[in-house]
Design a protein around this ligand. Sequence first.
Ligand SMILES: O=C(O)CCC(=O)C(=O)O
Ligand SMILES: [Fe+2]
Length: 294
Amino acid sequence: MMLSKNEIANFWKDGFIIIRDVYSKDEISEYRNFVSKESVKYFGNESSNYKELEVNNFKEILSYPEIQSVILNKKLIDSVKNILEGEVVYWGNSSFRWNEKAYRRFHNDAKNDFDCPFTTKYPLVRVGVYLQDHCSYSNGLKIWKGTRHTLRYGRKLLKKIFKENGSLKYLLPQQLYKSINVNTKAGDVVIWNLRTCHSGGALRIKYLSNISFHPIVENFIERYLPSFVLPLEKERGVLFSTFGKESNDLNNYIQNNLKHPEISQIINNSSFLGNEYVNKKSLELGLKLKNIFM
Ligand SMILES: O=C(O)CCC(=O)C(=O)O
Ligand SMILES: [Fe+2]
């Protein structure tokens, strides 16, 4: 086992875990080199808003020999296997970012999620590999520990609470839960459940760098009190990937990916399914590669 029973239990309680020292310094600098070159080629050196970019040229991570070891890593895949308790599926939902404009918004990423979020374990996780220090620098990940939904108030939420669980604590707005700025260093990995509420671009401020603010407050501080903001350590590079366990939840999630123009385009551009090395290595690691266009 890569993770202890306690760590796995805490993952399901808190909604996330940090795995330390997964990649060496050399690996991190190779990943930084590749991600920067590949992104600057298309988007230039300016900080970009990825929501507005044409990502038609990009592929998922396993299609690039230079960065495929980010995913084909035993420590990472074993950790995900321990969390999901069994075989892990990858279908090409991954991407990288360079110099992205801070994306500050309270949200979760579960899609077509029809089960009760309070009584079921959602078998999909997202992996973030942040290629710089976010212990004493800004723009890492922010997580609302222990959150499991962003349901709006109304009949749907009430029905779920009364029918399936009965605890009124779920009526508390999830934004009131305490958020934390995740303290990753280059080489660490953060894994979070797709139901866990989170936000990008976590701002750290001078002298009180451990305080976590709501994204709305962060935007205010950045705009009106910029001298209090701790800068980025260096250009921000991140690699994201999603994994799941065979289930209705996974099928429902993939249906959503297929309808999403950028995500399905990136997967469609890719060549990981026909790559001999990727297939051999995935088999060794117990990672199941899935073709979602079949
Ligand atoms: O940019 C970030 O750090 C967060 C990105 C995010 O929300 C996600 O990958 O689901
Ligand atoms: Fe997200």
